[in-house]
Design a protein around this ligand. Sequence first.
Ligand code: ADP
Ligand code: MG
Length: 338
Amino acid sequence: MDLAEIGEFGLIKRVKRLFARNKEPIVVGIGDDAAAIRFSGGRLLLLTSDLLIEGIHFSLSYSSFFQIGRKALTANISDIAAMGGVPLFTLVSLAIPEGYRVEDIEELYRGMADLSRTIGVSTIGGDTSASKKGFFISLSLIGEVEEDLILKRSGARVGDTIFLTGTMGDSAAGLELLRGGIKTKTRDKKVGYLIRRHLKPNPRLKEGRFIATNQLATSMIDISDGLAIDLSHICEESKVGAEIFEERIPLSDEIKRARVRLKKDPLFYALGGGEDYELLFTVDKKRTEEVMNLCKKGGLTVSYIGNIIPPKNGMSIIGANGKKRKLKATGYEHFRKT
Ligand code: ADP
Ligand code: MG
């Protein structure tokens, strides 16, 4: 069978089936933002790993080594944030093609340090190899979370409300502008923000931890592949459906103002664009008001975007005119051709 038929997520599902159900000390295995292993004192060890490949995840023509390093760590921290946890240690593995400079690799680590210093994460090891073609970086992150606070993809219940931190689509819009040849250091304030959101995203660690420690959510995931596809992961793991309101999807003023320069409507980037590294979480309906107030007090920008519905209805989006349409799980998926 061609990988293109089942895509990245179909492949992961098959791999998952090859392993028996999780048993002690594995609390969460394949299928969430991070794996969780029970260790002492009612805490769980969180483990996540991300692979970045030149030409697929980044292009050296518009990303600096500093930015690549920083973003690799962001992707991992975002996964730990999505479990409600705290990141602790990283392992960094590199495959470096011929002709690279020592200074390039040092810049990569400076990019990681830029983030890890403020967050308190230490690099404790990794592996280094030559590469025949292309630059690879694999980053693993170890974190921890209290067992009674962990937030999984599988906790959403019918009737829950759906929330998002921040705004959607900025990173994908920034990437499109970069691909269109816009300069990375553009002084154009309108689009500079979008480009920065793509090249230097910030993981929502403080937000994830706030949501977990205050026990505000029933489930959580980070938006790394796109709102629609990441919401579909919540639906699948929780065995529920979802409806979201088009007009409630949070968009930055910058993406709205860049509308004319972008090929597509901001909604297209908001639903299908990856790498925003915002958090999507579900809330018990009865607690919706309370959670909104607590988030506000805690300095979190969150938006209510829709509701969890029975699984038979799948995912839908309700337009400004009140018309409902199917929401396809669009977003970034490796191997998929369709
Ligand atoms: P995220 O985008 O949050 O990093 P992914 O979609 O990459 O999540 O992964 C979903 C789940 O599948 C995770 O539990 C991850 O550890 C697991 N996974 C991904 N690739 C593999 C693989 N090659 N072998 C085993 N598990 C994998
Ligand atoms: Mg994730």
